[in-house]
Structure formats: C-alpha cells, structure tokens
Design a protein around this ligand. Structure first.
Ligand code: SF4
Length: 115
C-alpha cells in the first residue's frame, strides 16, 4: 500500500510517498531524515497539536485560548475536543496554566492571559 504524505515539519513541505510492506515502511520524496521520521509516524501513530478555547466562568462572554502541551493522537481529536468543550476555568488565568491534565499523555494549557 502506498500513501502520499505532505511533510509538515518545516515550511518546505516536501511531498513524500510511504510504501507500507508488512512491517516495513519505505519513504521517498523526503529531503531530510526528519521527513522520513514524520512519514513513518503518520503511518504508524499520527499525532497533531490541538488548539481551541475554554469558557471563563467569572467573566462575561470570555474565552481563553488553549493548546495541547504536546501533540495528541489524531484519532482522539474529537474526544479531546469534547472534553475541552465541557471544561470551564475561572479567571485569573496565566499563560501555561493547566486547564485539563492527563489528556492522552499531555495537558491542555492556556495560551492567553485573563486578568
Ligand atoms: S522532509 Fe525535511 S526538508 Fe522536507 S519538509 Fe520535511 S523537514 Fe522539511
């Protein structure tokens, strides 16, 4: 099976082909080893960084932007978004505050200051 993958590791955006033969994955089209690593990850355990926002309960019409501290499994994105939609936080909030902890091996942290 062949899979076409655009590398997102750097702005060059190489178009790569990963050929999956049993347990072996042969990658072509990458310009550097980082692309090969990314392509293999996309074939075996794809992950994505996640960004969203969480309601601030004690400020009217206020949301705080959040992100995953590390990439999360791509197949769990919908589930994690559901957890984020249900989450609430009270101000003050500082950049880096943990909003949800232990989410598939990482935390959801604030990326905005709310005084
Ligand atoms: S393969 Fe290397 S050069 Fe190409 S986009 Fe990925 S990181 Fe950049």
């Amino acid at each position: 099976m062949k899979k076409q993958i655009t590398c997102i590791v750097c702005p060059r955006g190489c178009t790569m082909t990963a050929e999956i033969c049993g347990s072996e994955i042969k990658v072509t089209g990458n310009s550097c080893p980082r692309g090969e690593k990314h392509a293999i990850g996309e074939c075996t355990h794809p992950v994505r960084s996640l960004t969203s926002s969480v309601r601030v309960t004690n400020r009217q019409d206020t949301m705080v932007s959040v992100k995953s501290a590390a990439p999360v499994p791509k197949e769990k994105m919908q589930e994690i978004m559901g957890m984020i939609r249900k989450a609430q936080v009270s101000a003050p909030v500082s950049v880096g505050d943990v909003i949800l902890s232990g989410v598939y091996g990482t935390d959801i942290v604030a990326t905005k200051e709310i005084a």
